[in-house]
Write a protein that binds this ligand. Structure first.
Ligand SMILES: [Cu+2]
Length: 454
C-alpha cells in the first residue's frame, strides 16, 4: 500500500477520511465509502498467494483497506458482517470511548451474521495503529488492516512512506513447505519465542516471500516505514540490507530518535522508522525473520534507476538482522505521560505464568478495579518460557525502565524466564477495558483481565 507524501496530501485535500484500497482490492466486498466514512464488510474471500488462491476471511483485501485520517477527525466505519459467525472490530492502539472498543460481550453485543454496526468516534491522537476482528481467533485469518492518524503538523521530514504489516499465515496452506534462510536456526535453550503453533507461511502486506511487496524509492530518499506486527503467534525481527533504521515512534507515539540495525516486534507492537535509501541505488532485501521458529518473510526496497541490479534471492538474509536491536531501555518518549509527583495511587503486581495473569484465567478472573483519575502502576514478571506481548485497551501507558521513563506504548513484550516490565497509566477513560496477551492462542486460553472503572 504505497502512498507517497504528495499523493497523501492530494488525497486529503479532497476528503477528510481517505480510503486507499490495496492494489489487488476487490471493490465489491470492500464497498463504497459512506458519506463521511467507509464501509467495512467482513466476508469469506480468496487470497492470491503467488498464484495459489487460498480461502480466508477478510475485509475485501488482505490487509484490509488502509484507513487514514487526520488528528481530531471523526472515524466513521459501517461494519457489515457477511461471515457465518459473530464479529466485531477493535481499533488497536486507539483510545476510543468504551462503547466503540469492539470487544464482544464486554463493550458491545457481538455483530451477528447479516447484521451491522456503526463505529464512530474522534481520533485526537496521531499515530500508526491497526484494526482487527476481536472474536475468537478471527484475527488469525485476514480480518485486519492498517489505521493511520496523521498529525495536524508533521514534524518529520521524509519523501515517501510505506506500511508493512507482518503476519503468520495458515489458511489454505496445509501442504506448504516454507522458506528459511541458512544459519537461522535458534538455540532452543535461549530462543526468543512468542508462541508455539505451526504456521507454514509468513506474509508481508498479504504477500508470501516468492511475491514480495516492492517499495519504490529514489536513491537518497528519506523513507518512512510503519512496521506493524498483526500475527497471532509470532514475534518478528526486521532489518533492511545495507541500511540502518532510525526509530521515531513506538506504537505510534513519538520517541527521541535512536538508530539501530534491526527491530523486534511482539504481536500488536508497531515501530515507525526512517531510512535513507542507498545513494548508490540498488535493490535491497527487507528481511522478516520469526523469533524462535522456522520461516521467512520479506519485502524489497527498489531504488529507481536500478533496473540492472539483481533482485535479492528469496531467502537472502540481511546481516543487519544480527546487528543492534532496538531495546525499550534505549528509547525515551518525546511526549511522556504527564504523571504527577509522588507515588502511584494503585499498584498491581502480576506474575505471568503459563497463560495466566496473576494466577487467574479469564473469564474466571477477578476484575481489576481502579478509580477515575488514578495513577495506576502495573508490574509484571514473566516466569514462562514464552515472551508475552501485553496489551492494554483504551489507554497509552508509560514504560518505566531502570534509568527512568522509557517509551509510551500500548503493547509491551515481557521477556520469558524472569523478564520484568513495569508501566504506568492514568485512568482517564472510564469503562471496561481488556488487559491481555496479544498471542491470540494465549488470549483464548484466558490470558485476559478486565480493568474496570466508571
Ligand atoms: Cu502470551
Amino acid at each position: 500500500m504505497p502512498v507517497t507524501r504528495r499523493q497523501f496530501l492530494g488525497l486529503t485535500a479532497a476528503a477528510g477520511l481517505t480510503l486507499v484500497t490495496g492494489c489487488t482490492g476487490r471493490e465489491p466486498a470492500a464497498g463504497p465509502r459512506t458519506a463521511g466514512g467507509l464501509r467495512l464488510t467482513a466476508a469469506p474471500m480468496r487470497l492470491d498467494l503467488a498464484g495459489h488462491a487460498v480461502p480466508t476471511w477478510g475485509y475485501g483485501t488482505v490487509p484490509g483497506p488502509e484507513i487514514r485520517l487526520r488528528a481530531g477527525e471523526v472515524l466513521r466505519v459501517q461494519l457489515r458482517n457477511e461471515l457465518s459467525e459473530d464479529t466485531t472490530v477493535h481499533w488497536h492502539g486507539l483510545a476510543p470511548p468504551n462503547a466503540m472498543d469492539g470487544v464482544p460481550g464486554v463493550t458491545q453485543d457481538p455483530v451477528a451474521p447479516g447484521a451491522g454496526f456503526a463505529y464512530e468516534f474522534e481520533t485526537p491522537i496521531p499515530g500508526s495503529f491497526m484494526y482487527h476482528a476481536h472474536v475468537g481467533v478471527q484475527l488469525d485469518r485476514g480480518l485486519y488492516g492498517p489505521l493511520i492518524v496523521e498529525p495536524r503538523h508533521e514534524e518529520l521530514s521524509y519523501d515517501r512512506e510505506y506500511t508493512l504489516m507482518l503476519d503468520d499465515w495458515r489458511d489454505g496452506m496445509d501442504a506448504h513447505a516454507g522458506h528459511e534462510p541458512a544459519g537461522a536456526d535458534p538455540d532452543p535453550a535461549d530462543a526468543v519465542s512468542f508462541g508455539g503453533r505451526a504456521y507454514p507461511l509468513l506474509l508481508v502486506n498479504g504477500r508470501p516471500p516468492e511475491d514480495p511487496p516492492v517499495l519504490e524509492a529514489r536513491p537518497g530518499d528519506r523513507v518512512r516505514l510503519r512496521v506493524m506486527n498483526i500475527a497471532a503467534d509470532t514475534g518478528f525481527r526486521v532489518a533492511v540490507a545495507g541500511h540502518r533504521l532510525t526509530v521515531t515512534h513506538t506504537d505510534g507515539m513519538p520517541v527521541e530518535p535512536v538508530t539501530v540495525d534491526a527491530l523486534r516486534l511482539g504481536m500488536g507492537e508497531r515501530y515507525d522508522v526512517l531510512l535513507e535509501a542507498a545513494p548508490s541505488g540498488g535493490v535491497w532485501q527487507i528481511g522478516v525473520q520469526p523469533e524462535g521458529r522456522p520461516g521467512w518473510g520479506r519485502a524489497v526496497l527498489r531504488c529507481t534507476g536500478s533496473d540492472a541490479s539483481p533482485a535479492p534471492a528469496v531467502a537472502e538474509r540481511p546481516a543487519e538482522l544480527d546487528g543492534r536491536l532496538v531495546a525499550y531501555e534505549e528509547v525515551v518518549a518525546r511526549e511522556p505521560l504527564s504523571l504527577p509527583a509522588g507515588a502511584p495511587d494503585r499498584t498491581y503486581d502480576f506474575v505471568l505464568s503459563g497463560t495466566q495473569i496473576g494466577g487467574q484465567s479469564f473469564p474466571d478472573a477477578d476484575p481489576l478495579p481502579v478509580a477515575e483519575g488514578e495513577w495506576v502502576r502495573v508490574r509484571m514478571r514473566n516466569t514462562s518460557s514464552k515472551w508475552h506481548p501485553m496489551h492494554l485497551h483504551g489507554h497509552h501507558f508509560q514504560v518505566l525502565t531502570p534509568t527512568g521513563l522509557g517509551p509510551v506504548k500500548d503493547t509491551v513484550a515481557v521477556p520469558a524466564r524472569g523478564g520484568e516490565v513495569t508501566f504506568d497509566f492514568l485512568a482517564t477513560n472510564p469503562g471496561r477495558w481488556l488487559f491481555h496477551c496479544h498471542n491470540h492462542h494465549h488470549m483464548e486460553d484466558g490470558m485476559v483481565r478486565l480493568v474496570e472503572y466508571r
